[in-house]
Design a protein around this ligand. Sequence first.
Ligand code: PEP
Length: 257
Amino acid sequence: MTAGAGKIRPLVAGNWKMNGLKAGLHEALTVRDALTAPLANIAADVMIAPPATLLLAMADACHPGPLSFAGQDCHVNASGAHTGDISAEMLKESGATAVIVGHSERRADHGETDRIVQSKAAAARRAGLTAIICLGETIGERNAGLALSVVARQLKNSVPDGATAADTVIAYEPVWAIGTGLTPSPADVAEVHGLIRRDLITRFGAEGAAMRLLYGGSVKPDNARVLLTVDNVNGALVGGASLKASDFLAIVRAYES
Ligand code: PEP
């Protein structure tokens, strides 16, 4: 099967996390240039989520072009007394079209619950951003046979009512696969993504059928084609391998026909 088969246009999103200074902007420019040519006909959308400090500069530097940008988190409110936080509206004004919410590092480091994640996804919609909502089980939960029930619960409680394919992307990221070099088997990815798809269709009908489901967790150039051709995988959320344009583009090339 060819990566990207089916009618949902895939998305490859790079999450730079707390990495990157102005000196690294050339990596995004290299990605932008490659997407302009020779990868102008690549069958996927490509996005980078830089740290908030780089968002405006990166979006400006890469404009115009096919590369889009996302924030890595947002506050639930549009403005107010929330020192250190950033609203979805601010991200939008800085050039983002999307925002990652509920990343496992935010859930673990900042105690974000499903309900907080749901509110953040609703805030993204309010601002006109697509919410990339992250879900995934820990290794303890997987070993206890709880992966499917944990993901189903996170999905149910993290996605706001009225979600559409335009304003919502789901990223399945097993916590134990993030930054470890470990990945689930294609069969395990298919099982979880199949469950997510079924639950989304039950709740959102045709919108759920059309939502993009990303796989994330140690996606690298050498495993991208295998992971991205799994049923119901409509792209990738890439951490470490998105920091260097050469690695990120090698992953994007999984969608080259
Ligand atoms: C992530 O943190 O979203 C991620 C997928 O990281 P990595 O690709 O480095 O495992």
